[in-house]
Design a protein around this ligand. Sequence first.
Ligand SMILES: [Zn+2]
Length: 289
Amino acid sequence: MSWLTIRTNDGLDAISSTDLKDFTFDGQPLRLMDPQRGIRKPRQIDAALSIRTVFSRRRTTTRPYEDEMGDDGLLRYKWRGEDPDIPDNRALREAMNRQLPLIWFFGVEVAMYQPLFPVYLIAEEPQLHQFTVATSDVAELIGSGTNINEQMKRYIQVQSKRRLHQPVFRASVMQAYGTRCTVCALGLGQLLDAAHIIPDHDEAGIPSVRNGLSLCKIHHAAFDTQILGVRPDFFVEIRTDLLLEHDGPMLQYGLQERHGKELMVLPKSASRPDPTLLDVAYQKFRNSA
Ligand SMILES: [Zn+2]
């Protein structure tokens, strides 16, 4: 996990299945992810080391966690097949019983993964052939045996969002836009955010790439505060009063000169921002000007 932290720039970047092969343990190559199966159990240990969810194009248009999300806000991971006693499922159960940390490799593009770690399996639902997955703080909370009330449920949902959904959303958006700001084409990952078109506290603010824009810090803040608007036809507008102001190069090049220009970076059509969602944000921009 320390190795992954470094290789993913502290969780900011996804990692390719090829780069994952660089990992060694005690001088020997050790596979962190199983390229063929979902569950990775190295022969040296009894418990699973990692789980994997393959990339699916369908996730870009729907809620990315549709299959994984339970009513309680916690994510689920399916058994391999339907037999509870095959080695892969036993390895997951072992990790659960011993409360061992796992890595969840979540596919954000073909052969590209956002690793989520550490995650813990905190329960098994045999009739549904799945395990319940949680981040460490949630696992601790539930492990303490406290009854889950409404307030805690809310906390669990916020935590899952921040620790599990947010990194996958960011990685998906960065993949789609080639790690560049869509307004100014800046390509410094540390200065880029995956912005929600409809904010994520809104019901329609789903963490899907179609509700996302890759924006640098300045353009993200400008978008969120209605200084900058993006029309549903992918053209940029700047708040009218700012077009007449004189300031420095940031205002001139970064904002004024972007007015009336098309977005500089647009993903392949399946991952483009949804014009309906853009229109909602654009109307808000128009009304606040
Ligand atoms: Zn920018």
